[in-house]
Design a protein around this ligand. Structure first.
Ligand code: NAD
Length: 360
């Protein structure tokens, strides 16, 4: 079959549209999937609040190096103190029938170990992004979950967020005509002392942490996988923060249809996370696109202006993500952002780093 450029773009788009379509909805009749949360830091707080609002999920265990903090949270969420584990005795969780799944909210390089230990304990795994710090670890995580016959989902919350999904739908429905180019960025000015500045714990700099949102968005917006990638990285602030990881990365991608994308990320400046898509019939942007609330969709489509602020508040993204994963666990359905999706981003991150001359 001979496909022209437009046919190819449409096919890719359809594949992604079916993956992203919010058709797997939790039902009020579902039981509650019990989660053990590993790593009680900032994102875990948002996730637990989202679970509390959900119809089909609950927090039933905690894993922490700080017993006092875990006991405080256990009281808040009505969790038995018998269901508090340390990192050392985590494997005992296999015996805890109230735990169906584990949410891994640890520094990036620890995702692999705890995903594999959770799978071996017979628990489904919802793992934070980035999936790991290298492709080999992603492969081991996928293999371990397959061997244990448990589900693995990477917590790409924007895949379950209505404004991002609306942007994808408008593109898939042809409202922009032929998409030509995508721009996206996300960054912040990092404080010294964060584990995010340790190559061992984080794997790399802002690309692993927040640039990944732009990378992933370019893939779900175009519905294609990048073919060619070129990148640059730099450090401007020689103040001790960037001895191990880069401060800035910018990269461009060309997709099989010919769509081009241009992205950047930083740990040296407050950089609002956004994307803008340019097509033959108009443009759309979501800005901000990647934070927990206040998302706004704007654009001009065939001469008609669009301006849709999203009134949903944190922790709605986390509620949607938890409800999706619990629904998959309870009904034996493959999540829409499985381990393979996290591994694809890791493969592209590796290519971006290689192009920028950074060892990974
Ligand atoms: P955090 O520093 O707030 O929390 C990390 C937790 O891990 C803490 O409870 C800490 O005690 C624990 N920990 C265990 N061993 C540690 C070690 N050796 N060094 C440091 N901490 C250790 O981090 P966070 O912002 O919650 O990020 C956790 C994960 O969540 C990361 O992978 C990050 O990329 C991801 N994240 C996702 C989102 C999202 O929106 N999906 C947002 C922020 C972070």
């Amino acid at each position: 079959m001979n496909l022209n450029r437009r046919d190819f773009a449409k096919l890719g788009a359809l594949g992604l549209a079916s993956r992203l379509a919010p058709k797997l909805n939790a039902q009020t009749s579902e039981k509650k999937t019990g989660y053990a949360v590993i790593g009680l830091g900032r994102i875990a707080g948002h996730f637990m609040a989202g679970v509390r609002n959900s119809i089909n999920s609950q927090i039933t265990a905690l894993v922490s190096g700080h017993r006092d903090k875990a006991e405080r949270i256990a009281t808040e969420y009505g969790i038995s103190t018998n269901s508090i584990y340390s990192y050392e005795d985590f494997d005992r969780i296999a015996e805890n029938k109230a735990v169906d799944a584990v949410y891994v909210a640890l520094p990036n390089s620890m995702h692999c170990e705890y995903t594999i230990r959770a799978a071996k304990a017979g628990k489904h795994v919802l793992c934070e992004k980035p999936m790991a710090t290298n492709v080999a670890d992603c492969e081991s995580m996928i293999a371990a979950c397959k061997a244990a016959n448990v589900k693995l989902m990477i917590a790409y919350r924007c895949h379950y967020e209505p404004t991002n999904l609306k942007a994808v739908k408008l593109i898939r429905d042809g409202a922009l005509g032929q998409v030509q180019a995508v721009e996206s960025s996300f960054g912040f000015n990092i404080r010294p002392g964060e584990w995010r500045l340790s190559k061992k714990l984080a794997g790399g700099g802002p690309l692993f942490d927040v640039g990944i949102y732009s990378l992933n968005a370019c893939r779900y917006l175009t519905g294609e996988e990048p073919e060619d990638i070129t990148a640059y990285a730099s450090v401007l602030d020689h103040d001790g923060r960037f001895n191990e990881v880069e401060e800035n990365v910018s990269w461009t991608m060309r997709f099989p249809s010919g769509i081009v994308a241009s992205c950047c990320t930083t740990y040296g400046a407050p950089m609002e996370g956004f994307f803008r898509v340019h097509g033959s019939k108009g443009w759309l942007e979501v800005s901000p696109a990647f934070i927990y609330e206040g998302l706004r969709l704007r654009g001009e489509l065939s001469g008609t202006a669009l301006d849709e602020p999203n009134a949903a508040r944190d922790p709605s993204h986390f509620q949607a993500e938890a409800e999706h994963f619990s629904h998959c666990v309870q009904n034996g359905i493959e999540p829409q952002s499985p381990g393979e999706e996290g591994m694809r981003d890791m493969q592209y991150i590796t290519r971006i780093y290689r192009s920028a001359g950074i060892a990974i």
